[in-house]
Design a protein around this ligand. Structure first.
Ligand code: 4AD
Ligand code: MG
Length: 437
């Protein structure tokens, strides 16, 4: 009974603006707001595309339907037919006058009301995902990924599907999630990189979009325990070429969002001007220069310390453009990176920091291709060789220069949407304190 054929079917709310006053239309959705006074009920109906004000007058539809509309609670679902009319006061300048109202699913008193604590919203995330903010963020995120995929396709990257269960750490042991794998130890993947390195020797240019897992003990507005990781790996590309690919990819994501999601950014209160102002190429600053400038500004950082949340914020606060931090000292970064031939204490690597204090959104590098050098480095860092044997094999069978990087999707969403906390960049956030719902 409730299924409608596509032909006779209800229209999406966003399409109603194109309906001439006086025409009839049917919409369906969820009750966003409702208010009644005597013989008139005003309902704001929400669907996936927007909201519309609907006026329901006693006498304008059968009495039992009027009563159903009056009784319909917030987040009940309904199908409503009516005539479009102009109303200056209504959002969008149009409203609907109902001639028929049918409740589809009645909602119990909705647990989320106007002013709610962050904790309550997180406990009710399965319902809060219906909010206009979450709806807008998810749409922006989808466009970020769409822009990326379009660019990747145009540039001959092949999408691949690496495993999530692994026996080796890609990014070091401190943030590994360990699990029992049929009686053996295994881990949830921190990064698909090593598998992508294997695959790029078959396919040339590859990418994957997977969840990555980090047992981050830090509570920061930019760390999740589970996040979506867009990773690229390119054969025959050096660190400089890798940065150029990152620039183009990030620009393609931004352009897609600016093209398709202006309404959503506006709803989120995100000023688009700084996003429009982003230009490639992005500036390159070496780690040494960055540390010097931080120390010059009175920050307590020594050469050789990794850049953390505070340092990255300081480096990008008030800055309009993304910036690459290059040439990190070896002790800051992972063993798989390519040694700088001009200075063996440095790696050929780069982190891309988003402007306005958002900080790192990409980590990348050229990869070490020298088998013996890799083994020596692993020994120095007390890394067990055995689980990495297959990875080292890649250096024994026709290795070539190659590079790659990983972009934290929620980090990019946080920047582009201008979100205070990364947990709002993912519908069901997993953090140190939260794995429900
Ligand atoms: O800098 P990371 O640790 O680099 C790697 O994992 C490389 N193996 C990637 C590669 O070369 N294929 O992580 C890459 C990106 C970071 O720049 C950040 O955007 C994101 O992943 N990221 C996180 N996002 C949310 N929560 C966390 N706990 C994150 N840890 C890293
Ligand atoms: Mg990093």
């Amino acid at each position: 009974m409730l299924m409608m054929s596509a032909m006779s079917g209800p229209v999406r709310i966003s399409e109603l603006v194109d309906h001439e006053p006086g025409t009839e239309a049917t919409v369906r959705g969820w009750i966003f707001r409702t208010r009644s006074s005597g013989k008139i009920t005003f309902i704001t109906l929400r669907d996936q595309t927007g909201i519309i004000q609907i006026t329901i007058k006693k006498g304008g539809l059968p009495d039992d339907e009027f009563e159903a509309a009056r009784a319909a609670s917030i987040e009940s679902s309904a199908i409503i037919k009516g005539i479009m009319s102009v109303d200056e006061r209504a959002p969008g300048g149009k409203e609907m006058r109902a001639s028929s109202f049918r409740t589809v699913g009645t909602a119990l008193p909705f647990p989320i009301t106007e002013y709610q604590s962050e904790e309550l919203l997180l406990d009710n995330r399965h319902l809060w995902v219906r909010s206009r903010e979450q709806n807008a963020i998810m749409k922006v995120k989808a466009s970020i990924l769409e822009g990326a995929r379009e660019w990747l396709k145009e540039n001959d990257f092949v999408e691949v599907t690496p495993p999530i269960f692994t026996t080796n750490a890609c990014e070091g042991g401190t943030t590994l999630f360990k699990l029992d794998y049929f009686g053996r130890d295994a881990y949830l993947s921190q990064s698909a990189q090593m598998y992508l390195e294997a695959l790029c020797f078959s396919l040339g240019r590859v990418y994957s979009l997977t969840p990555s897992f980090r047992a981050e003990k830090s509570r920061t507005p930019r760390h999740l325990a589970e996040y979506w990781h867009l990773e690229l790996e390119e054969a025959w590309v050096d660190n400089e070429g890798n940065m150029e690919i990152q620039e183009q990819l990030v620009m393609a994501m931004l352009e897609k969002v600016l093209q398709d999601r202006r309404d959503e950014l506006q709803l989120l209160g995100r000023d688009v001007e700084p996003l429009e102002a982003v230009e490639s190429p992005f500036k390159r600053v070496t780690y040494s220069q960055a540390v010097e400038s931080l120390r010059g500004n009175g920050m307590d950082i020594c050469h050789g310390d990794d850049l953390g949340t505070l340092e990255e914020r300081a480096l990008t606060q008030g800055k309009r453009q993304p910036v690459f931090i290059t040439s990190f000292p070896k002790k800051c970064k992972a063993f798989y990176m390519k040694e700088d031939p001009d200075d063996s204490s440095l790696y050929k690597c780069a982190d891309l920091l988003a402007p306005d204090g958002y900080g790192e959104i990409i980590g990348g590098s050229e990869r070490e291709t020298d088998h013996d050098l890799l083994v020596r480095r692993m020994q120095e860092e007390d890394i067990l060789i055995e689980p990495y044997q297959w990875y080292l094999d890649l250096r024994k069978y026709g290795s070539v220069p190659h590079s790659g990087f990983g972009l934290g999707v929620e980090r990019a969403v946080r920047w582009i949407c201008g979100l205070e906390h990364i947990r709002d960049a993912i519908p069901f956030p997993r953090t140190i304190t939260r794995v429900y719902p």
